[in-house]
Design a protein around this ligand. Structure first.
Ligand code: HEC
Ligand code: HEC
Ligand code: HEC
Ligand code: HEC
Ligand code: HEC
Ligand code: HEC
Length: 499
């Protein structure tokens, strides 16, 4: 079987060999992946991206080689009999046409299957979350324990439509480069400037006007005293109105009411400080501008800024990657029984160890183990023998809680990724609701403790205060700090590690 004269050159041979080998490899890898379920995370990358790329470059080499050979022939450097004529009566031409035709057909079929599979593969959590294992580890780990563990990464980060798909893959190319050459920032910056508006992602699943009734929350804390005293706070979150018929005409979700628009200007790129807020009533057209009286923005900065319209992400910025602060994840682990509250001062010592800065997970885990053991050996030698198992169990609990919430290699933890819901470790709601944002008519954005929630029960197991559902207790700070919680932002103390 003979092919056109111009095919017989080195470049085209090499091209053919590359193409044939990659095709065979693809077949081989495909069989392994499909029938033997082997290959791990990287097989998709190989099968749908690397090998097809090789195949295409091999195939491209064939006409390139042919082109140069033909040029050499026509310039007289090489002597050859005829110019390009396709004569199907000639068996050589017939064979070549047949090979080319069938080859193209197979190639087209394979590429369409391949690109369909490649599309699916690049949309998978495996691709987004585990391919660059270390880089995405913090987001992937926190995602798996979130309410959205069954929502694909791309449903929030890309959303529907071809344009955003293309955009995300283009920026993905840069990310591949950044990872290969170790040029990516740690931690990964947030907020994501190119994040698609919540309207086009969250609202695919969550109908914004949907009424969520009040939600009861139970927060369980353990104080840093010798008994690790349990302190519960049970409170009612006023997400919507008191009755469903009134929808979100009041309550927390009032901000996303279709009749309301709230705009703001931030003075730091992480949106942690918000000195300027504009409320627009879309029905009546009334507007009200609240400015922080302590640190107002000057007129020029305001004119030069484009205000951001508040949406879901301005409160729910951690729907899927929530990094808890040590005091919270330790409380959770104690409540879960993974750390034993029977060990005296376990909360205190855990907080002291976790207040240090670690550069790697390994050093963190080593430190946790060494420090906790050292603490009990020194202070409770009589307890060490009797309760060694409990101590070991608790060290494991602290280690596990740490590794699910702090990622030293990537510099990712609660301190770097603020959560805008609440006001304990981050200013969150108090970025605006601090009684210091005042409008011209004297109205302020309220910090009234009963505006967003009412406390139904609070206290220790033996001394629990409680009121009826429609009432509210005045907040009692678990340790005596006098009236400081009324005067200062909670973050003034709660961001520091005072243990
Ligand atoms: C429920 C929606 C949702 C899902 C599902 C989701 N994310 Fe996110 N992701 C967000 C939001 C919202 C942010 C923060 C946006 C902001 O503040 O600008 C974010 C931030 C990030 C960041 C930036 C760093 C950070 O923590 O702020 C990375 C990286 C990331 N996500 C990766 C992933 C990966 C990988 C997956 C799948 C394993 C995933 N995300 C799934 C909504 C989601
Ligand atoms: C593909 C559908 C989908 C998308 C997109 C989506 N969510 Fe969700 N979300 C869900 C489902 C389903 C649940 C309920 C999970 C459960 O309670 O088991 C949920 C739960 C929630 C909750 C309650 C969380 C909790 O702790 O109970 C919040 C808040 C939320 N979503 C916000 C968001 C935000 C903000 C976005 C956009 C960044 C978003 N969602 C995007 C499907 C989605
Ligand atoms: C002003 C801040 C704010 C905005 C804006 C906001 N939410 Fe919420 N949302 C909250 C708070 C606070 C809660 C109660 C949280 C809790 O108890 O953990 C909540 C609760 C929820 C819940 C859980 C309800 C339940 O009963 O479990 C969902 C789902 C939700 N929001 C979705 C959204 C979506 C979607 C958007 C955008 C269309 C949005 N939220 C905008 C503050 C906000
Ligand atoms: C960007 C600024 C801003 C942020 C951040 C913000 N709010 Fe507001 N909020 C406002 C403004 C402005 C009003 C209207 C104040 C007024 O005129 O009474 C308001 C009103 C409210 C109201 C009363 C609504 C009604 O009329 O019943 C509640 C409840 C509320 N906010 C809860 C929250 C919660 C919870 C958070 C944090 C998750 C939060 N807000 C974050 C600006 C903000
Ligand atoms: C603008 C709304 C808003 C106002 C005003 C507000 N809170 Fe909260 N508060 C929240 C939200 C939202 C959460 C839930 C945080 C979360 O989901 O983790 C919360 C949680 C809490 C908790 C439970 C925290 C925990 O981890 O146990 C306490 C206690 C609390 N608030 C006390 C107060 C006190 C005291 C005041 C008055 C000085 C106040 N709040 C004013 C929105 C508000
Ligand atoms: C003057 C400093 C200070 C201020 C301001 C402050 N706290 Fe505290 N808070 C503390 C100290 C100290 C503890 C004891 C920590 C421990 O024993 O673990 C504590 C503990 C708590 C606890 C028990 C949970 C835990 O982490 O141990 C809650 C809940 C709490 N504070 C809520 C608040 C709220 C809500 C505000 C703001 C309205 C606030 N605090 C303001 C100093 C402060």
């Amino acid at each position: 079987m003979k092919l056109p004269e111009s095919y017989y050159n080195r470049t085209s041979y090499i091209g053919t060999i590359i193409a044939a080998i990659s095709l065979l490899l693809m077949l081989f890898v495909f069989i392994i992946a499909t029938f033997f379920m082997a290959g791990g995370n990287y097989i998709g990358l190989l099968l749908y991206m690397v090998l097809p790329g090789l195949l295409v470059s091999g195939l491209l080499l064939i006409p390139i080689g042919m082109f140069f050979r033909r040029r050499r022939i026509s310039s007289g450097e090489e002597i050859i009999s005829h110019r390009v004529v396709i004569d199907l009566n000639n068996y050589k031409h017939r064979n070549a046409a047949l090979v080319f035709g069938v080859g193209t057909l197979i190639f087209l079929i394979l590429t369409s299957i391949g690109s369909y599979e490649a599309f699916h593969y690049t949309e998978s959590n495996q691709f987004c979350g585990t391919l660059c294992h270390q880089v995405m580890d913090p987001e992937y780990v926190t995602y798996q324990t979130s309410a959205h563990a069954r929502v694909k990464c791309v449903e929030c980060h890309v959303g529907p439509g071809a344009d955003f798909y293309a955009k995300s893959k283009l920026s993905g190319l840069y990310q591949v480069y950044a990872v290969l050459f170790n040029k990516y920032p740690r931690p990964i910056p947030t907020p994501i400037s190119s994040l698609r508006p919540a309207r086009e992602t969250c609202e695919q699943c969550h109908w914004p006007e949907k009424f969520y009734p009040n939600r009861i929350r139970n927060e369980r804390h353990y104080l840093a005293d010798s008994a690790n005293t349990q302190w519960d706070i049970i409170y009612r979150m006023k997400i919507g109105s008191s009755h469903s018929s009134q929808g979100i005409s009041e309550g927390i979700h009032w901000h996303i009411n279709s009749k309301v628009k709230i705009e703001y200007i931030e003075s730091t790129s992480d949106r942690e400080i918000i000195p300027w807020v504009k409320y627009i009533n879309l029905e009546s057209g009334d507007t009200l501008i609240y400015q922080n009286t302590e640190e107002p923005l000057d007129e020029e900065t305001i004119m030069a800024s484009t205000p951001r319209t508040m949406d879901c992400i301005d409160c729910h910025n951690r729907p899927s990657h929530k990094y808890l602060a040590p005091q919270d994840y330790i409380d959770h682990a104690i409540a879960k029984g993974e750390i034993s509250s029977d060990l005296p001062e376990i909360k205190t010592i855990a907080m002291q160890v976790l207040g240090e800065h670690f550069t790697s997970l390994d050093t963190a885990l080593m430190n946790i183990k060494a420090k906790v053991n050292e603490f009990y050996n020194e202070n409770y030698p009589e307890l060490v023998e009797a309760k060694q198992e409990l101590i070991n169990h608790s060290i494991e609990g602290i280690s596990s809680a740490f590794s699910h919430n702090e990622f030293p290699e990537m510099g990712a933890n609660w301190d770097k990724y603020p959560n805008h819901i609440g006001h304990m470790e981050y200013n969150g709601c108090f970025r605006c609701h601090d009684n210091m944002h005042v409008a011209d008519n004297g109205k302020t954005i309220s910090r009234d403790c009963n505006l967003c929630h009412t406390i139904l029960q609070q206290g220790t197991k033996d001394n629990m205060m409680a009121v009826a559902f429609s009432d509210s207790l005045e907040f009692k700070h678990p340790v005596d700090i006098d009236e400081a919680w009324k005067e200062y932002a909670c973050t003034e103390c709660h961001r520091q590690l005072f243990w």
